[in-house]
Design a protein around this ligand. Structure first.
Ligand code: NAP
Ligand code: ZN
Length: 346
């Protein structure tokens, strides 16, 4: 067993504390990664605070992981010691079901194994990236392109792929009008990626406070959702809306902004249900959909796309002692635009 240092939480309202966790000995296809940086995703907060349902504590969150390979199992072929790698939200899946065979491991019919708050195939609880080391089987490890630094690479492993995948799936590109709701960790990635794909991009944020940043990142337009005129002015405008908001919003107001055959895709995952009036779908043959991260092949494609287009998140690097404070700032929408833990401080 390998001992890793970590930051763990013991309950929904408990602060983070220093901890030691065990990582398994390398199996045939396992890779040992020394984690250098771990992003803080809003999903970490939902999970750590038990908002999505009960979890087993102590819990070490973190599914935006970037680091260096320091050892490989005997049958590993994809990676070698010294490689720059990443790990996202899942560390395994059945590999055999229809969805896994299509490269959509995130929708594994037997359930993928989540990077933390899951149970691995050895029956052990999984613990995430707020730690110094992790052991992952090679098929769930991503290669970080040389021109992306490890600190900014980390958030791509969740925020990047979670926005790239629906933009890709619903055909964001030239001639398409895409709106991004929420200018947070996911939202500011969606803006950059949709812009690079060639779409016309509009940000719908609660206020205009982050407008300048949004325009710099590639948005063509930026509106405040606190202004009721926004909804009148933009009625029936967008082909695609990506909703990244972590809280409950009035979905019906946003459905009204979509054109004939347009789609609202929820990637935001608030604990409370959202309600929709089907008349808002029927009226203009609109769709409402959801999307969860992306498959491993698509995640590598996203990393290579970001490398090619010089897309990286805007980050604030913090030490391990600042995790609780960072959570509060994320909840207050006071993050520009992703906190990343320097794991050497754990
Ligand atoms: P984040 O950085 O906190 O961003 C969320 C943004 O939503 C905020 O910056 C804010 O943007 C807006 N917002 C927050 N509260 C709001 C409210 N009450 N009303 C209206 N807007 C509000 O979070 P994130 O890390 O991007 O994650 C966003 C959501 O996606 C979370 O629920 C997370 O769990 C989920 N998620 C889902 C997947 C998936 O696979 N589907 C993957 C990762 C994360 P403005 O300040 O611009 O208004
Ligand atoms: Zn995430």
């Amino acid at each position: 067993m390998i001992t890793a240092k970590a930051r763990a939480v013991d309950g929904p309202d408990k602060p983070f504390r220093a901890a030691e966790i065990k990582r398994r000995d390398l199996d045939l296809h396992d890779v040992l990664i020394e984690i250098k940086y771990a992003g803080i995703c809003h999903s970490d907060i939902h999970t750590a605070r038990g908002e999505w349902g009960p979890v087993n504590y102590p819990l070490v969150p973190g599914h935006e992981i970037a680091g260096i390979v320091t050892a490989v199992g005997p049958n590993v072929t994809k990676y070698k010691v010294g490689d720059r790698v990443g790990v996202g939200c899942m560390v395994d899946s059945c590999g055999e079901c229809e969805n896994c065979r299509k490269g959509e491991e995130q929708y594994c019919l037997k359930g993928n194994i989540q990077t933390y708050a899951g149970v691995d195939k050895y029956g052990e609880p999984t613990q995430g990236g707020y730690s110094t080391h992790i052991v992952v089987q090679e098929d769930f490890v991503l290669r970080i392109p040389d021109n992306i630094e490890l600190d900014v690479a980390a958030p791509l492993l969740c925020a990047g792929i979670t926005t790239y995948s629906p933009l890709n799936h619903w055909g964001a590109g030239p001639g398409k009008k895409v709106a991004v709701v929420g200018m947070g960790g996911l939202g500011h990635m969606a803006v950059q990626i949709a812009h690079a794909m060639g779409a016309e991009v509009t940000v719908l944020s609660q206020t205009l406070k982050k407008r300048e940043d949004g325009l710099k990142l590639g948005a063509d337009n930026y509106y405040a959702t606190s202004d009721p005129e926004t909804f009148e002015k933009l009625a029936g405008t967008f082909d695609l809306i990506i909703n990244t908001v972590s809280a409950k919003i009035d979905l019906n107001a946003y459905l009204g902004l979509v054109t004939l055959d347009g789609t609202v895709v929820n990637v935001g995952a608030p604990a409370e249900p959202l309600s929709l009036n089907v008349m808002n779908l029927i009226g203009h043959r609109r769709s409402f959909a959801g999307s969860m991260i992306g498959g491993i092949r698509e995640t590598q494609e996203m990393l290579d796309f970001c490398a090619e287009h010089n897309i990286v998140p805007k980050i604030e690097v913090i030490s391990a002692d600042q995790i609780d404070e960072a959570y509060e700032r994320v909840l207050a929408s006071d993050v520009k635009y992703r906190f990343v833990i320097d794991t050497s401080t754990i």
